[in-house]
Design a protein around this ligand. Structure first.
Ligand SMILES: *Cc1c(COP(=O)(O)O)cnc(C)c1O
Length: 409
């Protein structure tokens, strides 16, 4: 049963977002979560120095192993994702690298969505390959393509849904079924969806990954990442990926992100309704050739969006009839409310031009058929917009001022 429908006695998502992971300070009764900046913790008795000496849950010992403020955030997110446990990292890429370098060994094969966050694509192609991990990048919206890419040594399938930057969706339950049948693990980068929209673990995924920098923190002031899944997997990840690789989340960032996460459900509702208003405006605009937004009936996977997403999030992409790069310069110069900037999920709206040639050459390096398929959707490039929490009337006015110009000075 989905969490937003409520189970038996389990608190609903909006309640969990505020209360999960938080307890009154037993000493002072402070109602707001404490910020514990300490790097070390006094031991009640001498114990070993290596993480390998511990079984089960680690004690507070040194903040690279675990920290109470970070643990509170891990528990909050675990409640939202209906996960047994979560593990925070210094950034989304820290979480992604930590998981990949723990799950994959030399000789293993990875299947990854060919359209995804550029940092992930570059890490896999440039670095995993140096460690003799075989990689197939395929269109993960196509179950047959995943099936065809499968090898006897396939260990992990990595999907991102909705995928950056064209908002392509992957049917998580269907891929999970395929993965399980062949003893392959499934990781889902759910940064664009958030647990308000989709809870991949309840659909059969083994891991869900987030850049906390985006919607979960929600205010553009703290980098962070998280991996969530079964407790046994997460504790192994803590020992191998966190304690030894060291991309630890600062307690201060955990505290900021936890404060942001408390309002995630109401922010996501506003992001989605604002995005729907902006997407509808763009779809009717004569300068706009195509809008990609899972909430629009015109999205090629709108039916899957309705089935898999309880909230269609605030991310959209659009293409113009005219030369996109000329308009990109005009947007950068002329936008007033919307910031011309990368990143996403902030209270402020952000817009950025994602040039197809650059993305294909620098990040994806797809074969010619896959590159052609990408170009079919994205043309010479898309404007990716993270629709913020401003009044959509002001956002549409800001966009219209540029779109109704000729794109030149
Ligand atoms: C931003 C992002 C990342 C990387 O997260 P950082 O916190 O910037 O390291 C990974 N995946 C997706 C989908 C993202 O949007």
């Amino acid at each position: 049963m989905s969490q937003s429908e409520g189970g038996d006695e389990a608190p609903r998502l909006a309640t969990q977002a505020i209360h999960a992971g938080e307890a009154l300070d037993p000493t002072t009764g402070a109602a707001t979560a404490n910020l514990v900046m300490s790097t070390s913790f006094v031991a009640e008795q001498p114990f070993g120095f290596s993480v390998n000496a511990f079984e089960g849950e680690l004690p507070y010992f040194y903040s690279r192993w675990g920290n109470p403020t970070v643990a509170a955030l891990e528990q909050k997110l675990a409640a939202l994702e209906q996960a047994e446990a979560g593990l925070a990292f210094a950034s989304g890429m820290g979480a992604i690298a930590g998981l990949m370098f723990t799950e994959l060994s030399a000789g293993d094969h990875l299947i990854i969505s060919e359209v995804c966050y550029p940092g992930t694509a570059e890490l896999v192609r440039e670095t995993l390959s140096r460690f003799a991990v075989e990689v197939s990048a395929v269109d993960c919206s196509d179950l047959a393509a995943i099936s065809a890419a499968r090898r006897s040594n396939t260990r992990l399938i990595w999907v991102e849904t909705p995928a950056n930057p064209i908002l392509r969706l992957t049917d998580i339950a269907a891929v999970a079924q395929l993965a399980k049948a062949h003893d392959i693990r499934l990781a889902v980068d759910s940064t664009f969806a958030t647990p308000v929209a989709t809870r991949p673990l309840t659909l059969g995924a083994d891991y869900v990954v987030h850049s906390l920098t985006k919607y979960i923190g929600g205010h553009g002031d703290a980098l962070g990442g998280m991996v969530l899944g079964r407790r046994v997997d997460i504790e192994r990840l803590r020992a191998k990926a966190l304690v030894h690789q060291g991309a630890v989340l600062s307690p201060f960032n955990a505290w900021l992100i936890g404060r942001g996460a408390a309002t995630l459900p109401i922010r996501m509702a506003a992001h989605a309704s604002n995005a729907m208003a902006v997407a509808t405006f763009l779809e009717r605009h004569r300068a706009v050739a195509r809008v990609l937004y899972p909430g629009l009936a015109s999205h090629p996977q709108h039916a899957l969006a309705l089935q898999q997403m309880e909230n269609t999030s605030g991310m959209l992409a659009f293409r113009l009839h005219a030369d996109g790069s000329a308009f990109a310069a005009q947007f950068a110069r002329s936008l007033e409310t919307i910031h011309y900037a990368v990143s996403l999920g902030h209270h402020r709206s952000l817009l950025y031009w994602i040039d197809t040639d650059g993305l294909l050459a620098d990040s994806y390096q797809l074969d010619s058929a896959a590159a052609e398929a990408y170009r079919e959707i994205a043309g010479d490039g898309v404007f990716r917009m993270s629709v913020g929490l401003e009044d959509p009337v002001d956002l549409c006015r800001d966009l219209d001022r540029v779109l109704s110009s000729d794109g030149a000075d």
